[in-house]
Design a binder for this molecule. Structure first.
Ligand code: G6P
Length: 553
C-alpha cells in the first residue's frame, strides 16, 4: 500500500488566535439581540446579502457583525482554507485516507483538458444517446413495446441525489417515460413499485459504484427474477442498464457491455449525481436539462474557487456553521425548503453533510477537542410549521435554520405561491423577533383574562426571540439554480471540514454495521449461532422462537 500523504495542512483550529477572539465575541454577542444589530446598522440587510449567479442569501438575521465576520474570516485564514480550496480545484488527493482526489467539479465542466474531464465527457455522450433512444421510444423491450417506466435501484449517494433532483425538476418531466426509485432492502419497496408495472415496458437502472452494496444487489436480483419470470434470460440486455465503477461485476450480473456506464473512485458517492448516476434525472426530464443542472453547479464551482472569502457564499455559510456549532454550542441545524418539489433536499443534504463531516478524529487521527458536523434535518415548508416548528420557536435548543425559497413559482397560481413566500418570511421574522410575555399579557388582559391567568398564560405563549436564520433564495427553481444550490452545500461542507481539520471525503463509519448485518443474517438462519453480543443474541432468540421456521434464504 502506498503511504498516506495528505496535501492539506494540519491545523487545530482551537490553537489559532482567531478561535480565542471568537470565544470572546460569542460571550459579547450572547448579550445582544439580532434586533440590536439592525438598530445599529441601517444597511444591515444589504450588508449581509450575498449573491452568486443563481443563488442569493440574506444572512442579516444572524448574530454577526463586521467584527465577528472579520474574526471568522481570520479563522479561515489561520486554517489555510484558501490553499485547501486550491488543492480541491487542482485535483490533489484531498481524500488522503483513501489515496484519492475529489474530482466531482470535473464532472460539470465543458472542458476536456484533464483525463477525468475527457472520461466524463465520453460518459455524457453515452448518456445522451441512451436518453435519445428512450425518449424517442426507439428502445423497445422484449415484446417490442416501448419502455414507459424506468426503475432506478440504488442507495445512499446512488439514490438520494438523483431522486432529489428528479423530484425537484418535476416541471421539466417529459411525458414519454416515468422514473421510479427503489432503495430499501425492505422487499416491499421494490414490490410496491413494480405492482402497477409490466415487464414489457420496464427498464431497470442499477446504480452502485462498488457493485457490492447489499440493498442494491438484492433488489437488482429480485428485479431480474421479476423480469425473467416473464421473459427470457437473454432479454436482460433490453431491460437493464448498470452504472458502476466495477464494470466487470456488472457483466457477471448479465448486463450488456453497451448498457454499462462508468463511475470512478475519484467521485465520492454523495457527489455522484453529476455523473452517470444522474441518468435517471436526464431520463425523467431531458438530457439538456441534465446539462443545465451541471452548468449551474459549474457556476457555483467558479464562485467558490475565485471569489474572495468575504463574498464567497459557501465559505461564509461554512463559517456561520462553525460559529454556531463551536461558539454557541448548537448541535442541530434545520434546512427548510419552501418549495414542495425540493422536499427531498434535506435527505440529500443529510448524507452530504453528515456522512462527510460526522467525524471525531482530525486528519492526523487524533480525537477532536471540539465539535464537528451538527445534525441536519428538515422538511418542506409550510408542512413543518404544523409540526416541529413548535420546537424551533419555543424549544430549549438554538437551531439555526436555512430557509430555501424560489421567489417565482412554476405554477401560474402566483397568489397561492405568495402564501408560500409570506410564510417563509413570517417564520424567519417570528424566530428573530419572538414575542415578549409582557406583550402577550397585555393582549390577554384586553381580551378579558384575570391578572393571574393572563400572567400565567403569557409565560406559555411568549416566544423567545433571537433564533437565527438564513434566507437562501433563487429566482425560480430551474436546473441551473438547483445545480448551483446543491453545489453551494457541497462546497460549504468542504470548507467547514477544512476548519475542523477533518477529511470530508471518506465514510469509514458506515462499514462496521454492514459487516455486522451479514453475521446476524446468517445467525437468523442458523438458530442464532455465533452471536457474541448478548443483546443481539437475545433479540435473535425473540425474533426466531423455536416454533417459527427460520426465513428461507
Ligand atoms: O454506490 P454504492 O457503492 O452502492 O454505495 C452506496 C452508498 O453506500 C455506502 O454505504 C456509503 O455510505 C455511501 O456513501 C454510498 O453512496
Amino acid at each position: 500500500m502506498p503511504a498516506l500523504i495528505d496535501p492539506i495542512s494540519h491545523i487545530n483550529p482551537t490553537h489559532t488566535a482567531a478561535w480565542n477572539r471568537l470565544i470572546d465575541q460569542a460571550a459579547r454577542a450572547q448579550q445582544l439581540s439580532i434586533a440590536d444589530y439592525f438598530s445599529h446598522d441601517e444597511q444591515r440587510y444589504q450588508n449581509f446579502n450575498f449573491s452568486t449567479s443563481h443563488v442569493q442569501a440574506n444572512l442579516s438575521r444572524h448574530f454577526i457583525n463586521e467584527s465577528i465576520l472579520a474574526d471568522l474570516l481570520a479563522l479561515a485564514e489561520d486554517c489555510e482554507l484558501a490553499a485547501a480550496i486550491n488543492s480541491l480545484e487542482q485535483g490533489l488527493p484531498v481524500n488522503f485516507t483513501e489515496h484519492r482526489p475529489a474530482l466531482h467539479c470535473q464532472l460539470r465542466t465543458s472542458s476536456t483538458q484533464t483525463k477525468e474531464e475527457q472520461l466524463a465527457a465520453d460518459c455524457r455522450s453515452k448518456m445522451q444517446r441512451i436518453c435519445q433512444q428512450l425518449h424517442s421510444q426507439q428502445w423497445t423491450g422484449f415484446s417490442g413495446q416501448p419502455i414507459t417506466d424506468i426503475v432506478s435501484i440504488g442507495i445512499g449517494g446512488s439514490d438520494l441525489g438523483p431522486r432529489m433532483a428528479a423530484e425537484a425538476l418535476t416541471p421539466y418531466h417529459n411525458s414519454k417515460v416515468r422514473v421510479h426509485f427503489v432503495t430499501n432492502i425492505d422487499p416491499c419497496d421494490l414490490e410496491h413499485t413494480l405492482a402497477p408495472l409490466k415487464p414489457d415496458n420496464t427498464l431497470f437502472i442499477v446504480i452502485s459504484k462498488s457493485w457490492g452494496t447489499l440493498e442494491t444487489l438484492t433488489n437488482a436480483k429480485a428485479a431480474k427474477r421479476w423480469l425473467t419470470d416473464r421473459s427470457q434470460q437473454s432479454d436482460i440486455s433490453k431491460h437493464f442498464i448498470a452504472i458502476s465503477a466495477r464494470t466487470d461485476l456488472c457483466e457477471d450480473f448479465g448486463i450488456d457491455e453497451d448498457n454499462i456506464l462508468p463511475m470512478w473512485d475519484w467521485v465520492g458517492g454523495r457527489f455522484s449525481l453529476w455523473s452517470a448516476a444522474g441518468l435517471p434525472i436526464a431520463l425523467a426530464t431531458s438530457y439538456a436539462t441534465f446539462e443545465a443542472l451541471l452548468a449551474g453547479a459549474h457556476d457555483m464551482d467558479q464562485h467558490f474557487f475565485n471569489t474572495p472569502h468575504r463574498h464567497n457564499l459557501p465559505v461564509i455559510l461554512a463559517l456561520l456553521e462553525i460559529w454556531y456549532v463551536n461558539f454557541w454550542g448548537c448541535s442541530n441545524v434545520a434546512v427548510l425548503p419552501y418549495d414542495h418539489t425540493l422536499r427531498l433536499l434535506p435527505n440529500h443534504l443529510q448524507q452530504l453533510t453528515m456522512e462527510s463531516n460526522g467525524k471525531s478524529v482530525d486528519r492526523q487521527g487524533r480525537p477532536l477537542n471540539y465539535a464537528s458536523a451538527p445534525v441536519l434535518w428538515g422538511s418542506a415548508g409550510t408542512i413543518g410549521q404544523h409540526s416541529f416548528h413548535q420546537l424551533l420557536h419555543q424549544g430549549t435548543q438554538l437551531i439555526p435554520v436555512d430557509f430555501i425559497v424560489p421567489l417565482n413559482s412554476h405554477s401560474s397560481n402566483q397568489a397561492q405561491h405568495q402564501h408560500m413566500v409570506a410564510n417563509c418570511l413570517a417564520q424567519a421574522q417570528t424566530l428573530m423577533d419572538g414575542q415578549s410575555s409582557e406583550q402577550v399579557k397585555k393582549q390577554l388582559l384586553e381580551a378579558g383574562y384575570s391578572e393571574h391567568d393572563a400572567a400565567l398564560l403569557a409565560q406559555h405563549k411568549a416566544m423567545p426571540a433571537n433564533r437565527p436564520s438564513s434566507i437562501i433564495s433563487v429566482d425560480k427553481l430551474t436546473p441551473e439554480t438547483l445545480g448551483a444550490l446543491v453545489a453551494l452545500y457541497e462546497h460549504k461542507t468542504y470548507a467547514a471540514s477544512i476548519i475542523w481539520n477533518i477529511n470530508a471525503f471518506d465514510q469509514w463509519g458506515v462499514e462496521l454495521g454492514k459487516t455486522a448485518s451479514t453475521t446476524i443474517y446468517t445467525a437468523l438462519q442458523n438458530a442464532c449461532a455465533g452471536l457474541e453480543n448478548p443483546a443481539t443474541q437475545a433479540a435473535c432468540q425473540a425474533l426466531t422462537p423455536p416454533n417459527i421456521k427460520p426465513p428461507t434464504p
